[in-house]
Design a protein around this ligand. Structure first.
Ligand code: ADP
Length: 395
C-alpha cells in the first residue's frame, strides 16, 4: 500500500511516500518558506536528490508542486494520483476527543477546526493540508494521526491543573502532551529491543521542540509539555517551565502587551534567548570556545532534563530504561552526558565511549554497572504515522 505522509506547518509542508507493510521510503522532501518567491523545495528518491529555490505563495501551491513532482516523467515515483492509497496527516491537537488514529470525515474536520483554539499555530495548517489533499487525492483515504493521542492514557490526577474544576469540566483546560507519535515509536522500539514484559521507560525527545514522557508498561502516564507545547524542558526558542507570575509582572509592571509576551516566550526564549543561537551545534561550538552564556545554557538545559528524569522515576517507582531521541537526543553526546551525570544513585551510569560513538541505529550507551539501560533510538514519525494509517486501513 502506498501511503503519503503529510506534515503541514505554518510555513512548510514535509512529505514522505512510504510503501507499507515493508516500510520502504519511496520518496521524501519538503517545501519550506511558503509565502514567497524564495521558498525551498527539496526532494529525494533512490534515483535523484535536489534542493532548489522556487516560487510557492500558498500551501495549495506547495502541495500541488509536490504532486507534480511525484507524477513527473523523469523524477516522479507514480504515474497517476490514484496510486496513492491513503494520506496520513500529522495533526497536532486532537483535544480530549481523539484517542487514536482516525479516518477523516466532515465531523472530524469540524473538530480539528474547533481544536484550533487549543493549537492556533498548528491545527489550522494541518486542516488546510487535509482540505488540499482531499482535492488532489480524491480517491485516497485521508487519515489523521494526532500528536496528543498517545498521552490520553494519563490519569486525571496527572492531566488536571489545580484550577477551579469548571476549567477542566467545561473549558477543556488540562495537560494534553505532544510529540506522542515520536514517544510511541521509540518506546515500542525500546520494548522490542529490551524484551521487557513490564516496563518503566522515560522517553526524552530533544529536537527544536523538546519533551519527556514517563511510559509505564507501554502507556504514557506523564509528560512534560502541557496544555500547549510550551511547558517543561528548555527548547530551541521556547522557555519551558516558568512561574506564570512573570507574565503578570511583564504586563502590569514592565508595560508589555500580552501578544509581545506570547511572542517572547514562544519565539525568543529557550536556547535562543539564552545564547542568541537556536541550533545546538552552534551553541556547543561556542561553549567549547569559552562562551560563558553558551556554557551556562547547556548546563541549564541538561539540569532541566535531569530534574524530569528524577520526577518520572519517582512517578513510576523506578526506571528500567531512558531513551534519547530526535535531533539533539540522537546526536548530542554532550547533552546526554550532562543530563546523565551524577545519577548513579538512580542506577544511571553512561559508558563515555559508547556515548561518543555515532550510529544511526538503536544502541545502548550505559556502562556495565548501570542498572538502568540508556538507549539512543532514532525517531521516525513518518514511519509511525504510515504504520498507524496502514493498521487502520488494512484491517
Ligand atoms: P524538529 O523536528 O523539532 O524541527 P529535530 O529533531 O530535527 O527538530 O532537531 C533539531 C535540533 O537538533 C537542532 O537544535 C540541531 O541543532 C540539533 N542537532 C542536529 N544535529 C546535531 C548534532 N550533530 N549535534 C548536536 N545537535 C544536533
Amino acid at each position: 500500500m502506498n501511503i503519503l505522509v503529510l506534515n503541514a506547518g505554518s510555513s512548510s509542508i514535509k512529505f514522505q511516500l512510504l510503501q507499507l507493510p515493508q516500510g520502504k521510503v519511496v520518496c521524501s522532501g519538503m517545501v519550506e518558506r511558503i509565502g514567497g518567491k524564495d521558498a525551498i523545495l527539496s526532494y529525494k528518491t533512490d534515483a535523484t536528490e535536489f534542493k532548489k529555490e522556487t516560487d510557492v505563495t500558498t500551501h495549495k501551491n506547495g502541495l500541488t508542486k509536490i504532486v507534480s513532482l511525484l507524477l513527473d516523467h523523469d523524477k516522479g515515483v507514480i504515474t497517476i494520483v490514484n496510486e496513492i492509497h491513503a494520506v496520513g496527516h500529522r495533526v497536532v491537537h486532537g483535544g480530549k476527543l481523539f484517542t487514536d488514529t482516525t479516518l477523516i470525515n466532515e465531523e472530524v474536520k469540524e473538530k480539528i477546526k474547533e481544536f484550533s483554539s487549543l493549537a492556533p499555530l498548528h491545527n489550522p495548517h494541518n486542516l488546510e493540508g487535509i482540505l488540499i489533499a482531499e482535492e488532489l487525492f480524491p480517491e485516497a483515504k485521508q487519515i489523521a494521526v494526532f500528536d496528543t493521542a498517545f498521552h490520553q492514557t494519563m490519569p486525571v490526577k496527572v492531566k488536571k491543573y489545580a484550577l477551579s474544576n469548571k476549567f477542566y469540566d467545561e473549558n477543556d483546560i488540562q495537560i494534553y502532551g505532544f510529540h506522542g507519535t515520536s514517544h510511541k515509536y521509540v518506546t515500542a522500539k525500546a520494548l522490542d529491543h529490551l524484551k521487557l514484559e513490564s516496563s518503566k521507560i522515560i522517553s526524552i525527545h530533544l529536537g527544536n521542540g523538546c519533551s519527556m514522557t514517563a511510559v509505564l508498561n507501554g502507556k504514557s502516564v506523564d509528560t512534560s509539555l502541557g496544555f500547549a507545547p510550551s511547558n517543561g524542558l528548555i527548547m530551541g526558542s521556547r522557555s519551558g517551565d516558568i512561574d506564570h507570575a512573570i507574565i503578570f509582572h511583564l504586563v502590569h509592571k514592565l508595560g508589555y502587551e500580552i501578544e509581545d509576551v506570547e511572542k517572547m516566550l514562544t519565539k525568543e526564549s529557550g536556547m535562543l534567548g539564552l545564547t542568541g543561537h537556536v541550533d545546538l551545534r552552534d551553541i556547543q561550538e561556542k561553549a567549547a570556545n569559552g562562551d560563558k552564556n553558551c556554557q551556562l545554557a547547556l548546563e541549564m538545559n541538561a539540569y532541566r532534563i535531569k530534574k524530569y528524569i528524577g520526577a518520572y522515576a519517582a512517578a513510576m517507582n523506578g526506571v528500567d530504561a531512558i531513551i534519547f531521541t530526535a535531533g539533539i537526543g540522537e546526536n548530542s553526546a554532550l547533552i546526554r552526558k550532562m543530563a546523565c551525570s551524577d545519577m548513579d544513585f538512580l542506577g544511571i551510569q553512561l559508558d563515555q565511549d559508547k556515548n561518543d560513538e555515532r550510529a544511526g541505529k538503536i544502541r545502548e550507551i550505559q556502562n556495565s554497572d548501570s542498572k538502568v539501560k540508556v538507549l539512543v533510538i532514532p525517531t521516525n514519525e513518518e514511519l509511525e504515522i504510515a504504520s498507524q494509517v496502514y493498521d487502520l486501513v488494512a484491517h
